[in-house]
Design a binder for this molecule. Structure first.
Ligand SMILES: *Cc1c(COP(=O)(O)O)cnc(C)c1O
Length: 385
């Protein structure tokens, strides 16, 4: 059967080159980077090489990169680490209402520990306006965290302006850039951010590895306690193969990004146009232009996202829906609700995220199978009567 993978925002297959780069570090070069003999020092060199590959991708120095066990840990490290190290300066934290759960739940955890939390609203295209942040800033605000690109609706935020406002108010700025790193240029100096999270498996690298960029001079409490790895900021023997894989994925992304983004943008535009033209009562969610290349997110009135996913799966198409994220729950996506969509529309969300393997033929195939699926589901829907 046809297999069309359209869920690259959930995870990506690992690049062959990445696997090749990692392979020696499982058995032959298995050394502990902290050991003084050659086997250990080879592993150390590999880790440091990977650190500069990641640093090059986001334009920082290697010493500003901490390796973590993924995007979730990087987000936790940024928020908890900064809040704990700077609680004497103030206890107010600001995050947007459309953050990934890795930021949202961490911020809520901090609120339970006695920090004050403000959730910023977004407009109906999922943009956090700089004015919203201006209004929310207080003298005791220490940290602002707003994601670069949204994983559900693809909207890209005006990070430069937002970071500027945070800085003017004396706060530091963190951005979860898991969905934008490797897809669009992400330059921490340009964006003027103090901390930034990224993840390996969203950029054709391995799962369970990521990085937190921490601008030199920013005080962050160590996240794991134990050995002195990662300059005492993240204890635990380094995941050497994972780190090597992330470095390799970062290097490939840096080389291929510009061309691939253009290709994905073209495919996504074709998909969006085709869907909106052939299926009535359909809404494109997120910003119409300011969005992650290859990110298609729509809502179909009168249908359930999960039924669309099941029927697409029968046709060999793998996709996702905002409401399916928190598996088993019928709560629609917090992102779509924050954008002002009523429950009955938010329930019918579909996300198609394109990547390296996708072709024009696959887009044509989706445009062929999707309209009859929606039509069938609507014919069965009690909401249509
Ligand atoms: C996937 C994702 C994460 C979590 O990264 P993991 O490496 O899977 O822990 C965090 N933020 C965003 C925006 C994501 O898309």
């Amino acid at each position: 059967m046809v297999k069309v993978y359209l869920d690259h925002s959930a995870t990506t297959p690992m690049h062959e080159e990445v696997l090749k780069a990692m392979n020696p570090y499982f058995v032959d070069r298995f050394g502990n980077p902290s050991s003084i003999y050659l086997l250990g020092q080879e592993a150390r060199q590999a880790v440091e090489h990977a650190r500069s590959q990641v640093a090059d991708l986001i334009n920082c120095s290697a010493g500003e990169i901490i390796f973590t066990a993924g995007g979730t840990e990087a987000d936790n490290h940024a928020l908890i680490g900064y809040a704990l190290a700077n609680k004497d300066k103030g206890r107010h934290i600001i995050v947007s209402s459309i953050e990934h759960h890795a930021v949202l739940e961490t911020a809520e955890f901090l609120a339970k520990q006695g920090f004050d939390l403000t959730l910023l609203p977004v407009d109906n295209q999922g943009t956090v306006h700089p004015d919203y942040l201006k209004e929310a800033m207080r003298p005791d605000t220490i940290l602002v965290s707003i994601m670069h690109g949204n994983n559900e609706v693809g909207t890209i935020q005006p990070i430069q302006e937002l970071a500027e406002i945070a800085h003017q108010g004396g706060a530091v700025f963190h951005t979860d850039a898991v969905q934008t790193v490797g897809k669009i240029p992400v330059d921490v100096k340009d964006l003027n951010v103090d901390m930034l999270s990224l993840s390996g498996h969203k950029i054709y690298g391995p799962k369970g590895i990521g990085s937190l960029y921490v601008r030199k001079g920013t005080r962050v409490a160590s996240f794991m306690h134990g050995g002195g790895q990662e300059r005492r900021r993240r204890a635990g023997t380094e995941n050497v193969p994972g780190i090597v894989g992330l470095g390799c994925a970062a290097e490939i992304a840096r080389q291929e990004m510009a061309q691939e983004a253009k290709r994905l943008q073209h495919l996504a535009e074709k998909l969006i146009k085709g869907i909106l033209q052939s299926i009535p009562d359909t809404y494109l969610t997120g910003h119409p232009h300011n969005r992650i290349p290859g990110h298609v997110s729509v809502c179909f009135k009168y249908v359930e996202g999960e039924s669309i996913l099941l029927m697409l799966d029968h046709m060999g198409v793998m996709a996702s829906s905002g409401s399916a994220c928190t598996s088993g729950s019928l709560e629609p996506s917090h992102v779509l609700l924050a954008m002002g969509y009523p429950h009955e529309i938010a329930h019918g969300s579909l996300r198609l995220t394109l990547g390296k393997s996708n072709t024009e033929e696959q887009v044509d195939y989706v445009l062929e199978v999707l309209p009859p699926i929606i039509e069938r589901l609507r014919a069965m829907s009690p909401l249509m009567k």
